[in-house]
Design a protein around this ligand. Structure first.
Ligand SMILES: Nc1ncnc2c1ncn2[C@@H]1O[C@H](COP(=O)(O)OP(=O)(O)OP(=O)(O)O)[C@@H](O)[C@H]1O
Ligand SMILES: [Mg+2]
Length: 356
């Protein structure tokens, strides 16, 4: 362990974000919020990117006196991973790095079906899971016999792309929701053929559709930020509603979804906001307590949580690199800031652990 840098925390960024630091073009990463939190917590930040990390030291950015400076420094003992690493070469590097340092959220992309199965192992958590199965043509036919509405979605991250919804129509045919525009009315057979063609060789899962609560007739779900903080324990940092664009079956903000405060949404649905939020908090924490026992190093996630017409809570997915900007969009500036501050509080906790 390197004892001279016990107050430095590494923040691992995508190459593109890293390169944008001098010109303040860091996309969805608000480095100013990390800087502010670091100041409060008396931490020094070292912004890094995998290609610039060597065996013992790295070339990265430090922020001081209101400006960034490129500097070579020893590799910090604790790092917060905010990069999506796909190339095998860099993945290997990340793995190596986490042998000598603690890199939390090192893995931040998980297969959706794998996460479903991990949660399903815990009988107490099954109540939160919409029935899901791995996609195959045969499974799809079985599911169509059993459920009147289904989602068919890629098991890797898609930001709302490629997600299909299939719903039984009163005529006995099926409505296939796809991209923008009206759904297509198809016979069951035709729908199966089109879906199979769409899926091709990609890995997809089939999931019973949650009858999501609606706002002005449009379904909504919630983004719930769940993070480890200053005591190492999981906490819910914030939650916010995402309302699907008119006629859409996905609520992703990248797909025209609009952010709305949960209080407003719950009240309109006749749900008690405080009780609802408490129940969601409890569900989110139970899920993360369970998952973090199975997936070590997780410390910062964004859960998509649905509420059905009865106010029941349903888990949709876990994002390992929460973009957080939904809070910004909703003008929840304090919560937005806290989503940046909390991981640094956790990093400080880890630094103290490793030095004592
Ligand atoms: N089973 C379901 N029932 C109802 N709505 C669903 C269901 N699955 C997905 N959706 C809707 O589609 C949206 C996108 O699905 P999901 O969050 O699983 O994937 P994604 O956001 O595209 O993935 P990623 O964030 O990993 O890129 C959800 O926010 C929700 O609005
Ligand atoms: Mg999502």
């Amino acid at each position: 362990m390197n004892m001279s840098h016990t107050d430095t925390v590494g923040v691992l960024l995508d190459q593109k974000t890293f390169k944008g630091i001098p010109s303040n073009r860091t996309g969805n990463e608000r480095l100013s919020l990390y800087n502010k939190a670091a100041k409060q917590l008396k931490l020094k930040l070292f912004y890094m990117s995998l290609p610039h990390i060597g065996k013992k030291s790295a070339l990265g950015f430090v922020f001081a006196k209101n400006m960034y400076r490129l500097k070579r420094q020893p590799i910090p003992n604790v790092m917060h991973n905010r990069a999506i690493t796909l190339s095998p070469n860099l993945k290997r590097k990340l793995k190596q790095l986490s042998q000598s340092s603690t890199v939390f959220n090192r893995q931040n992309r998980y297969d959706k079906y794998r996460i479903y199965k991990l949660i399903y192992q815990n009988a107490n958590l099954r109540q939160y899971l919409p029935i899901s199965m791995k996609y195959s043509k045969e499974q799809l036919l079985l599911a169509m016999n059993k459920y009147s509405s289904l989602f068919i979605k890629p098991t890797n991250n898609s930001v709302g792309n490629g997600i299909l919804k299939l719903s039984k129509h009163e005529s006995g045919k099926w409505l296939l929701y796809w991209k923008k525009g009206n759904p297509k009315l198809l016979t069951g057979n035709k729908a199966v053929i089109i879906i199979a063609r769409h899926v091709g060789t990609q890995t997809y899962m089939i999931q019973e559709a949650i009858p999501l609560a609606t706002y002005n007739g449009r379904p909504y779900d919630l983004r719930v930020s769940v993070q480890r903080g200053e005591t190492g324990r999981w906490q819910v940092t914030g939650m916010i509603g995402k309302v699907a664009a008119s006629g859409r079956h996905v609520t992703n903000v990248a797909k025209g979804g609009k952010v709305k405060r949960t209080e407003e949404l719950f009240k309109l649905n006749g749900l008690d906001p405080e009780r609802m939020k408490e129940a969601i908090r409890e569900a989110a924490l139970s899920i993360m307590h369970d998952l973090s026992g199975k997936l070590p190093n997780l410390a910062d996630v964004g859960l998509d949580i649905g509420i059905d017409h009865q106010g029941r809570i349903k888990f949709i997915e876990m994002n390992g690199r929460d973009q957080r900007y939904t809070f910004k969009k909703a003008k929840m500036n304090k919560t937005f800031y806290r989503t940046y501050e909390t991981p640094l509080q956790y990093a400080k906790y880890l630094l103290n652990q490793s030095s004592s």
